[in-house]
Design a protein around this ligand. Sequence first.
Ligand SMILES: [Zn+2]
Length: 349
Amino acid sequence: MSAPSIPTAELNQQLKALLQAASESFQQAASLRDLYDLKVRYLGKNGSFSNLMREMAKLSKEERPTFGQAVNEAKAKLEGNYAICETRLTNAEVLTRLTAEKLDMTLPGPVVPNGATHPIYSVTREICSILARLGYAVRTGPMIEKNRYNFEALNIPEDHPARDMQDTFYIDREHVLRTHTSPIQIHVLENEAPPLRVIGFGAVFRRDSDVSHLPNFHQIEGLLVDEKVSMADLKGTISFFVRELFGADLKTRFRPSFFPFTEPSAEVDCSCPVCRGKGCALCKDSGWIEIGGSGLVNPNVFKAAGVEYPRWKGFAFGFGVERMAIIKYGINDIRLFPENDLRFLRQFT
Ligand SMILES: [Zn+2]
């Protein structure tokens, strides 16, 4: 048995100095990483405290427990200090990151290119919303139609020029690309019970192309079916529609005309929305501009669709949407609509 070569007082002194030095270095650690390295240096398996514990072997048997307890208390105190420093540094690092990554809400955002509604659809939507106020509901139909819906049920007989191959895109002997939106009326008359107020619209197709005609253009039309319907009701509806679309000061007039599906039929003119009736290039100095066709539903159409006549009567009217857009926006070439030239389309954003 060897006698103790180091007195307890000296080891206690070393322990005190070590705790002091470790606590101070924890306080001064500049980052979590440094703090962790210091923890390993002082409290690790081969750290300063473990080394000091080894010195305990030099103490007498009686002195060892007291010193061992003192070392453990010092370690516990240091671990408490470590926890405090760790919290402080963690908070500081989070704060630094939050500051560095802070969003500046006043910076302008990235510019997202904004699309716009095509003028054809803007006008269609506007017309629908005007007619909706009169109680009209929207209906659509297929673009490929049976001959029966495109022609026969609309009182367009076999020998009518509209059926000519030069005017119509035939899919096969029985089917065509619809040449007008009127087939929608037949679908509605077959499937819905009067009284009715409906709008049909969409793309139509004809073998035609020049400065004022396109092979693919758009129509919108209205159909009203009720027990008492006259040309006066039709005129009232169209006058309201024209005033709402082009301006309250515009007048409407009917010119007698012929359409297979209406009887009597009338072409609809309104006073020129560009010159307000004074005369300009658009109205060819007449002060009037043609906007569409209309009339009372031909009894043959009711008969073909199975609607009881004369109990039910009706009127119908139709407009070319491109023509409406041309008038409304003062566009001089109908071919601008399908070109999708951005310089043209951007003018409607
Ligand atoms: Zn004019």
